[in-house]
Design a protein around this ligand. Structure first.
Ligand code: GDP
Ligand code: MG
Length: 191
């Protein structure tokens, strides 16, 4: 995976969230493959590499998009192992997918064995139906950030809304992820 001569940091990023929220579609967009309206259930995990240059720094992301077998713990353990960061995705038209972010986050932290920086993405912004008021999202993000503060980690959990259909904010999300990882490392003197 990736080229041998690359000297910059590599980051394993897991993309998590309920089935159908648009994880695979977002990754497809990030990879420049356009948008697919048909629903293909992901088998296992889709792993792809994406290089990005942000603020004159190079990042090599290995994006792990979890599949349909979200129920099987053996698969999930491997999936999460060694993750540096995560993208937690919900569907703005499905309240339940937002409520379940908490569950995904707990599983992420317990599987990786420590806290990792993450980004919250509310997808399907093109849809008329919006179940999660901005205030609710901002309150949640605040609560998430305080979980880092309480263990003396400086990290403000970033969030943004996207549409894999129109492409809105998709590139921004990957840039934001890069900046977030950077600040997580710099602000806490981690390697
Ligand atoms: P995953 O299970 O989280 O990987 O979700 P998918 O990427 O497979 O998407 C599930 C369904 O939602 C598919 O039919 C997609 O075409 C659709 N979808 C994904 N993202 C968007 C979006 O931003 N807007 C709309 N309207 N539909 C989307
Ligand atoms: Mg998928």
């Amino acid at each position: 995976m990736g080229t041998v001569d690359y000297k910059g940091p590599r980051y394993k990023i897991v993309i998590i969230g309920d089935g159908g929220v648009g994880k695979t579609s977002l990754v497809e967009r990030i990879q420049g493959h356009g948008f697919e309206t048909k629903y293909h259930i992901t088998i296992g995990a889709n792993i792809s590499v994406r290089d990005i240059s942000v603020d004159d720094r190079e990042y090599k992301f290995q994006l792990w998009d979890l599949a349909g077998q979200q129920r099987f713990e053996t698969v999930r353990g491997l999936f999460y192992r060694g993750s540096h960061a995560a993208v937690l995705v919900y569907d703005q038209s499905r309240q339940e997918s937002f409520n379940n972010l908490e569950r995904w986050k707990r599983e992420l932290f317990s599987s990786v064995g420590r806290k990792v920086p993450y980004l919250i993405v509310g997808n399907k912004d093109d849809l008329e139906k919006k179940d999660i008021p901005t205030e609710l999202l901002l309150n949640y993000v605040k609560k998430c950030s305080s979980e880092f503060t309480s263990v003396k980690i400086n990290y403000v959990v970033p969030s943004l809304i996207t549409s894999a259909l129109t492409g809105y904010n998709v590139y921004s999300s990957i840039e934001l992820l890069a900046r977030s990882i950077r600040s997580y490392i710099d602000d806490n003197h981690f390697d």
